[in-house]
Design a protein around this ligand. Structure first.
Ligand SMILES: [Zn+2]
Length: 135
């Protein structure tokens, strides 16, 4: 069994795998988890595909030295049927550097029946690498 990067107690094939294969995320939290897993697997295409067109960067280069260490979803707040926020802490390490704690409050919207990552706030500035946008 291959553990899913977003939650080591679940199999990738029964967690984020189907979403990476094209199944729409059933919730903003599921999309957030699948985006984290895409970062962890080096799948930049999926990260871009799930980014809302209004905020999506033209390109995304993932650093192969980055190791994603774990994800802790703190809060999933549905504002209305088509908007939600997910607060999480992700940890990663670049090469031999000390582990970094990325605390993000991500915003998601649902359009055309799919959830999209819009952008995020960083409630505590534990990192200067805010551009990763792991939401
Ligand atoms: Zn997962």
């Amino acid at each position: 069994m291959t553990a899913c990067p977003c939650d080591s107690s679940r199999r990738y094939a029964q967690c984020c795998g189907p979403l990476h294969g094209g199944t729409p995320a059933p919730s903003a939290e599921a999309l957030m988890r699948s985006r984290y897993s895409a970062y962890a697997r080096g799948d930049a295409a999926y990260v871009l595909e799930t980014w809302h067109a209004s905020t999506r960067p033209a390109t995304l280069a993932l650093d192969a030295r980055t190791r994603w260490l774990g994800l802790d979803v703190r809060r999933h707040e549905v504002s209305d049927a088509d908007a939600a926020q997910v607060e999480f802490v992700a940890r990663y390490r670049d090469g031999g550097a000390p582990a970094v704690r990325l605390h993000e409050l991500s915003r998601f919207v649902r359009e055309d029946g799919r959830w999209w990552y819009v952008d995020g706030d960083f409630p505590s500035a534990h990192t200067d690498r805010q551009g990763k946008g792991a939401g």
